[in-house]
Design a protein around this ligand. Sequence first.
Ligand SMILES: [Zn+2]
Ligand SMILES: [Zn+2]
Length: 148
Amino acid sequence: MKFKVYYTKRVDLETIEKALRENFDVAIEDAGFLALPKNALNRLRQQYNAILLLPHIPPYSIWIVDKDIYVDKMNFVFGIAWQRKAIISTYRLPDEIIPKEVVHEVGHIFGLEHCRNHCVMQFSNSLTEAMAKPSKLCNECKRKLKLQ
Ligand SMILES: [Zn+2]
Ligand SMILES: [Zn+2]
């Protein structure tokens, strides 16, 4: 399977593809620059509503954005996955964590939920948690993937 990757600012697609291949049977396609739509910007929060970004990309695609994003009831999110699409924000992430977050969101696209094992599917809502979790799926998550 091939995922399209859009971005607002150039990203290291090679490292992202490598991280994805280590966990899933997927390749990526450089889909090029895609600017953030103004209607998704919440002016009070100065953040983009991730849900409003989703209609702008097709299923099985990933959009890596350099602005801060949020969903209702959350101060911010590193990424979301919905309707077989993922949005990842690099705003709060050091470069070396970006591939890991992409793997996490693609895991959601493939139906994986948050995991309590030592696993890339651990929930993280702080940079410390995002840094601490491993970049790979645990055996339990791998098994769930195979069952699909
Ligand atoms: Zn998650
Ligand atoms: Zn797991």
